[in-house]
Write a protein of this length. Structure first.
Length: 370
């Protein structure tokens, strides 16, 4: 297994041996973290698992679950005179809508920039704030995409804008929260999940308690995992144990970073600026109260309200099955575009674009059979 020291390698071998000794019914576990997705592919972790224990990837990539309509909205704003779009780099090549009959490459922020739109990649919302201060004649729109780990930085940026009274900064928000998606996946009809590897970074913010409803309502075992292969194996070993004991619970297998209650200050900051709203996830549809919207006190910073634009009905890239991949319903290689029409160099879907995307991981480490 790639990247293991002798000590962690020994622990990994012991955990693999115990998993291979499992003789119960076949089980499928889902990880919902882009870092887990890449770690499993890079290390070849799935190759070590016995036939009775299967690991699949879910909607753990925030860029991947951002629907095509958001990309269309960002493109429309980018083409509006006087607006500068600022964004994280992963969004630049995510395809927007294109006519079904078109053979051209679908529109992206990268192509729009090549055509002359003012679109700039930043590493944090603070970078966008600095640009707004330096260019008072331009309207800066930041594309606020991410999960609970990104939301505190988005909230801090909003408070800074309000405090500094910057008139030329606004945000197009597509931030999402994980627990609602997990509850939906627990009842999915096209894939049976027997346990969840809960995301480490998100759990640092929300704490183990965020997954209690998944266990209580659906009886689904949960284990919060770190990002090393041995930590993921430990979490899967825990899930197998819960199934054998018949007692589902939320197990914290990442106690060095995840504490009871998570990070209350970060959650308070987010709650001060944002309120829950129903929002659409690629592949999952609209999930109630799983998105974040600016509270009325900060509504003047909502780019969607400040700059109304006409938007056509969104159209997913033809043939792309990214939504099925995000639900765990298919493996990336089951998509007819994978590795042919859709590659990291010429992506047709968001799951092949992002550095945390399941298709990108599967393509980069193609010896991992998933």
């Amino acid at each position: 297994m790639a990247g293991l020291t002798a000590d962690t390698g020994g622990r990994a071998k012991a955990l693999v041996a115990e998993l291979r000794a499992y003789r119960g019914r076949p089980v499928t576990f889902m990880e919902v973290c882009g870092t887990h997705t890449m770690a499993a592919a890079r290390s070849g972790l799935r190759q070590l698992l016995p036939d009775r224990v299967r690991l699949i990837s879910g909607p753990g990539c925030p860029v991947c679950v951002t629907p095509v309509g958001f990309v269309d909205h960002a493109l429309a704003l980018a083409r509006t005179r006087g607006i500068t779009i600022t964004t994280f780099g992963d969004l630049m090549r995510v395809p927007g809508s294109s006519p079904i009959e078109s053979q051209d490459a679908p529109p992206t922020l990268a192509l729009a920039r090549a055509e002359g739109c003012d679109i700039r990649v930043v590493y944090s919302p603070r970078d966008a704030l600095a640009m707004a201060r330096e260019a008072p004649d331009r309207q800066l729109v930041f594309l606020g995409v991410g999960f609970e780990t990104t939301a505190p930085a988005l909230a801090a940026a909003v408070l800074a804008v309000a405090d500094q009274q910057l008139p030329n900064f606004s945000m197009l928000v597509a931030a999402k929260t994980i627990p609602g998606a997990l509850e939906l996946l627990a009842t999915a009809e096209d894939v049976a999940i027997d346990g969840l590897l809960c995301p480490g970074h998100v759990s640092v913010i929300v704490g183990p308690e965020a997954y209690a409803s998944v266990v209580k309502r659906f009886g689904l075992p949960c284990a919060i995992a770190g990002f090393e292969p041995v930590e993921m194996l430990r979490a899967m070993h825990e899930l197998v144990g819960q199934i054998q004991r018949g007692r589902p619970e939320v197990a914290n297998c990442y106690p060095g970073a995840v504490r009871p209650g998570g990070n209350p200050k970060a959650r308070q900051l987010v709650a001060q600026v944002f309120e829950p709203r129903d929002t659409r996830w690629r592949g999952l549809g609209v999930i109630p109260a799983s998105g974040l919207a600016l509270r009325p006190a900060y509504g003047h910073l909502d780019a969607a309200a400040r700059f109304p634009v006409d938007l056509p009905a969104p159209v997913e890239p033809q043939g792309c099955r990214c939504g099925d991949v995000l639900r765990g319903a298919i493996d990336p290689v089951d998509c007819g575009l994978f590795g042919t029409t859709c590659t990291p160099e010429s992506p047709r879907g968001a799951c092949m674009v992002s550095s945390e995307g399941t298709c990108a991981a599967r393509h980069q480490y193609r010896t991992d059979p998933s």
